[in-house]
Design a protein around this ligand. Structure first.
Ligand code: SAM
Length: 351
């Protein structure tokens, strides 16, 4: 691909979504955009660029942007964030929102729904304590295709084997031909909306918990900072923000600070919350000595093997000693790291 064409497309995608494509991702652009070009009877990316330069077709530009998103997700991704939600954040919400009996959760990069449905399953398991509560889970994403899949709640055998405890599969899913569909009661717990994180967030309202995991890694520092700044304004004083394992607010935004002891969880700077300002969570359950997660890790996670086509491999297992007494190789990037070259779009788009 000509450098000018690459630059044109990379700028278009960055302006519309915040996603940064560096020259070493040219292969990714080719592999993901060739189908878009062919679908329109074009021979290749040169034609695509020429057509957009001649006339900016917004539907085509959206399609290109969507094709360049990485939608990798799985149930109970990284496990720990959901343990923290169940054991600390949720008990805190139950205590601090006891009078109004309501709270709102935002999954800001919901992709195909595994993250909001994981939260919904945690809430279902705590149904006895939440009787009479009004809880909203809003799942947003820039990708319409992913939102459609999320709404349908249909997952392949492979997808339900990634992170989902078998008891949850049996309890909350039904088999339809080759696919598994999550129960209607769980689907009804999540509202999906198309939303671009670059846009004004005011209309979304205020949230008590925000999951914004494994999306900021694809943005540059300035965009990450701007998104976090806006997001902080949509959160209650004591709200908490979850970021992905390879993401942080440190050096990027002053709007949040890490909650001590809760990895990946951030509170609003200057917030008055029991979690957000690092004070012990009101109603937090005492930590068991060896905290059982209750969520079984799928085999590939335990062995540090990433499934084929995954953009973000599961957390690697402890590095093994190398033959000949060599020290172990350093661990690879954590889940969601953009340092790893991205493979072609995983099959997630077409279950
Ligand atoms: C790797 S997935 C993360 C899914 C989930 N949060 C998780 O951690 O498993 C990243 C998602 O961010 C979405 N995304 C990328 N840019 C976005 C933007 N500007 N606004 C909203 N969503 C965006 C993509 O469409 C994709 O579904």
């Amino acid at each position: 691909m000509k450098p000018d064409d690459f630059q044109f497309l990379a700028t278009l995608v960055k302006d519309r979504s915040g996603l940064v494509l560096t020259q070493d991702k040219a292969y990714l652009l080719e592999s993901r955009l060739m189908p878009v070009a062919r679908k329109r009877g074009m021979k290749g990316l040169e034609d695509l660029v020429a057509s957009l330069k001649a006339r900016m077709d917004h539907a085509l530009a959206d399609e290109i942007t969507e094709a360049m998103t990485t939608n990798e997700s799985f149930f109970f991704r990284d496990i720990k964030p959901f343990d923290i939600f169940r054991d600390t954040v949720l008990p805190n919400l139950i205590k601090t929102r006891a009078a109004k009996k309501s709270f709102r959760i935002w999954c800001a990069a919901a992709s195909s729904g595994q993250e909001p449905y994981s939260i919904a399953m945690v809430l279902k398991e705590a149904a006895a304590q939440l009787a009479g509560w009004r809880i909203e889970i809003i799942g947003t994403d820039i990708s319409r295709e992913m939102l459609e899949k999320a709404k349908a709640g249909l997952y392949s055998q492979f997808e339900v084997q990634r992170g989902l405890p078998v008891q949850h599969l049996v309890k909350y899913f039904k088999k339809h031909d080759d696919l598994w569909q999550i129960d209607a009661s769980l689907r009804a717990m999540v509202q999906y909306k198309e939303f671009n994180l670059l846009n004004d967030m005011n209309a979304l309202g205020t949230f008590d918990v925000v999951f914004c995991r494994n999306v900021l890694i694809y943005f540059d520092q300035q965009t990450k900072g701007a998104v976090l700044e806006k997001m902080s304004k949509q959160m209650t004083d004591d709200a908490v923000l979850y970021l992905g394992g390879a993401e942080t607010v440190l050096g990027i935004s002053e709007a949040f600070k890490p909650v001590p002891g809760l990895r990946g969880v951030y509170g609003r700077a200057g917030g008055n919350g029991s979690l957000g300002d690092g004070a012990p969570a009101a109603g937090a359950m005492p930590k068991p000595a060896a905290a059982p997660t209750g969520f079984a890790k799928p085999k590939h996670m335990m062995e540090g093997r990433a499934p084929k086509g995954a953009d973000a491999p599961a957390r690697p297992a402890a590095p093994a000693a190398r033959p000949g007494g060599l020290p172990p190789r350093p661990a690879g990037p954590s889940s969601g790291s953009p340092a790893r070259p991205l493979p072609p779009k995983p099959g997630i788009k077409k279950p």
